[in-house]
Design a protein around this ligand. Structure first.
Ligand code: ATP
Length: 268
């Protein structure tokens, strides 16, 4: 991986977008008081890659997302989004980011259209352009007929799919999803994962998908495993399995985290 992080911020030294990682973390550490949540984490994601961030509860996934999305300031290390330092150039970096947080954030008393158009206007997108994008996205997930319904009439899985669309309205090039499928049934999870895979392929979006559900790695080009705040594996699934001396990703995850992973029956 060529490391061009930061260079795009130097006037007169632009680099082709293709040479710049979608996301790059260099030696990132973070503590809540004395509790260290992240310890010297370094990895990068190439443009157009679907990366899964795998870790048990408390591994540091949400903390990492809070740093990437600039909710917290990076005190140790550097984070670059398409070459823009999130702390030095937050506006430039955040323009590239779409985020779906763990907690639900749609207003249930507004219609889906109202939720989406409100978000579009926050990003300075004009009504005509916003309407076109909203219709296009709702069509792509086969939910156009629900557009003017109250959001509370949707199922949990459908709400999640609308939240993903909302995160994409301003056309980000990197989508962060924090445990986006938690609490959903197998069918809804599969639909969301297929939506994401389609987006990566059709729109060349990079994705960082945080999960503790090991079967979700089947959709990933790259997996990043965090354990107690430390990066313990990073690479394509096959490579991570091989490097851990395992036969399956379940077995690899179990070895890397020191716990018994649930057997999903999937042989990877
Ligand atoms: P989960 O899958 O349960 O959401 P996670 O991988 O997202 O977990 P984090 O929420 O980032 O993990 O937590 C990492 C560590 O930091 C944990 O030990 C957690 O207790 C601690 N932590 C997280 N938020 C805070 C906070 N606001 N104050 C103190 N400690 C925190």
């Amino acid at each position: 991986m060529v490391t061009n992080a930061g260079l795009k911020d130097i006037p007169g030294k632009p680099l082709p977008e293709t040479d710049i990682p979608a996301l790059e973390l260099v030696s990132v550490s973070y503590s809540y008081g004395k509790r260290q949540a992240l310890d010297d984490v370094t990895f990068s994601i190439a443009p157009g890659t679907c990366a899964v961030l795998l870790g048990l509860n408390g591994a540091g996934k949400t903390t990492l997302f809070s740093l990437i999305s600039h909710l917290y300031a990076t005190r140790h290390g550097h984070i670059h989004v398409f070459g823009h330092d999130i702390d030095r150039r937050p506006g430039n970096a955040l323009r590239h980011l779409g985020i779906v947080f763990q907690a639900r954030t749609l207003d249930l008393d507004l219609s889906i259209y109202q939720n989406l158009s409100y978000h579009a206007s926050l990003h300075g997108i004009g009504k005509r352009d916003a309407d076109r994008r909203i219709h296009e996205f709702m069509q792509s997930i086969d939910m156009s007929d629900r557009l003017h319904e109250k959001t509370r009439s949707l199922s949990g899985g459908q709400i999640r799919r609308v939240e993903i669309i909302r995160a994409l309205i301003h056309r980000p090039s990197l989508l962060l999803l924090d445990e986006a499928t938690v609490g959903l049934d197998i069918k809804s999870r599969a639909t969301i994962l297929a939506d994401i895979r389609k987006l990566v392929q059709e729109k060349n979006i990079s994705v960082l998908w945080a999960t503790h559900l090991i079967d979700e790695v089947a959709y990933a080009d790259q997996i990043i495993v965090l354990n107690q705040g430390r990066l313990v594996a990073n690479g394509p699934v096959g490579e991570v399995v091989k490097d851990a001396g395992a036969q399956t990703i379940n077995e690899a995850f179990s070895r890397l985290t020191g716990v018994l992973a649930l057997d999903t029956g999937r042989q990877l």
